[in-house]
Design a protein around this ligand. Structure first.
Ligand SMILES: NC(=O)c1ccc[n+]([C@@H]2O[C@H](COP(=O)([O-])OP(=O)(O)OC[C@H]3O[C@@H](n4cnc5c(N)ncnc54)[C@H](OP(=O)(O)O)[C@@H]3O)[C@@H](O)[C@H]2O)c1
Length: 338
């Protein structure tokens, strides 16, 4: 089968940073599905895993943890899917990624695809949707049924892949008042279109801007970019007994003491945790993706595709990585077909 892989970790302008390769088609065992991959989307995790370093792989490493496709074969213990089902999923960081014609994934982290979307529009959703859903509803404890209506959230980095679905979930399901951050007119417009009532600039004084819009303190903060830089402003903005969730690793120590007098909570979200540790509730991601498919088909949520970069090959994937590394992507980048 065709695949895109790496053996060396090189800057993305080097053609050898991601190469077209041939690999044997794998066979599913246990609860694995063999997926015929139709479309993929690209995430910063791909660029972080690919980041230049001295290590050399003895066998090609395949990246890519966001895909839509069709079930081509099932392992003997599969109960949730059958051959021919259209599916969408992110997969597990501890296994090979989906940048290949065929791909193995555990059925417990796969969802039935929305029937109203094609593969391109479905591939944009899984990784970011799992992240945003778990962050808002599992980690921050926001009610997905709207019973927290009237409470407020600051979403730092609103126009990116995760922000684009987090804004929708926080607005259309939880009915929160949303302040998103964006630094450019086009990214600010995107946040408003998705449901943010207010947009402030993450490169300017955020507490001052929150005061200016009459929301000096917010009940929740969701940090989707540069946790180190934004931590003091988030600690300032969060209300007493409020909660902050970050999905972005810190480079230096975070001053958690800033949260003490407010009895505020800081919590991490890592969407690979359930698959990585095979937690007993791992199937929650199957349920979550299937529920999101229902919400998309009902018109409650929409896809977050920003740009389609063409067929799945190394040249287009390198373009996607380069664009993501620029840090100014709006919505999701998708590639489709081999
Ligand atoms: N923990 C997890 O499970 C998990 C899951 C998914 C992603 N992540 C991580 O979350 C981060 C965001 O992912 P993503 O897919 O949303 O990325 P993305 O699509 O590349 O995000 C791009 C957006 O980031 C905004 N941005 C750039 N610099 C910023 C800054 N200093 N402060 C705030 N916003 C800034 C940009 O807005 P403007 O153009 O308006 O400046 C742009 O719209 C990445 O670090 C990723 O690795 C973690």
């Amino acid at each position: 089968m065709k695949a895109i892989g790496l053996t060396r970790y090189l800057p993305i302008d080097d053609p050898k940073s991601l190469e077209d390769i041939e690999l044997p088609t794998p066979t599913p065992t246990g609860r694995d599905l063999l997926i015929k991959v139709e479309a993929i989307s690209v995430n910063p995790v791909d660029t972080k895993v690919r980041a230049p370093k001295d290590k050399i792989e003895s066998a090609p490493r395949v990246l890519g943890w966001d895909a839509a496709g069709t079930v081509a074969a099932v392992g003997p213990n599969v109960t949730l899917f059958k051959v021919g089902d259209p599916v969408y999923y992110a997969g597990s960081i501890t296994r090979p990624g989906a940048n290949s014609e065929f791909h193995l994934v555990d059925e417990r982290i796969v969802g039935h695809m929305p029937t109203s979307l094609d593969f391109v529009n479905a591939a944009a959703l899984p990784l970011t949707t799992i992240t945003a859903w778990e962050a808002l509803f599992d980690r921050l404890g926001i009610a997905p049924d709207g019973s927290d209506e009237g409470k407020s959230i600051l979403i730092v980095g609103g126009a990116g892949g995760v922000g684009s679905i987090a804004i929708q979930l926080a607005r259309r399901l939880a009915k929160l008042t949303i302040v998103a951050t964006a630094s450019r007119p086009e990214s600010a417009d995107w946040c408003r279109q998705l449901g943010a009532q207010h947009v402030i600039d993450h490169y300017r004084d955020m507490p001052a801007q929150l005061k200016a819009i009459g929301l000096p303190q917010v009940d929740f903060v969701l940090c989707l970019n540069d946790t180190d830089t934004h931590f003091p402003a988030m600690a300032d903005a969060v209300a007493p007994q409020g909660k902050i969730c970050s999905i972005v690793e810190n480079a230096g120590p975070l001053e958690v003491g800033l949260l003490k007098s407010k009895s505020a909570t800081f919590v991490w979200e890592f969407m690979f945790t359930r698959a990585m540790y095979e937690t007993p509730d791992m199937i929650a991601q199957h349920k979550l993706l299937t529920e999101v498919a229902r919400l998309v088909d009902a018109g409650t949520l929409r896809t977050t595709v920003g740009e389609v970069l063409g067929p799945i090959n190394s040249a287009n994937l390198r373009r996607a990585h380069a664009q993501l590394e620029g840090g100014r992507t709006i919505g999701k980048l998708v590639l489709a077909g081999f």
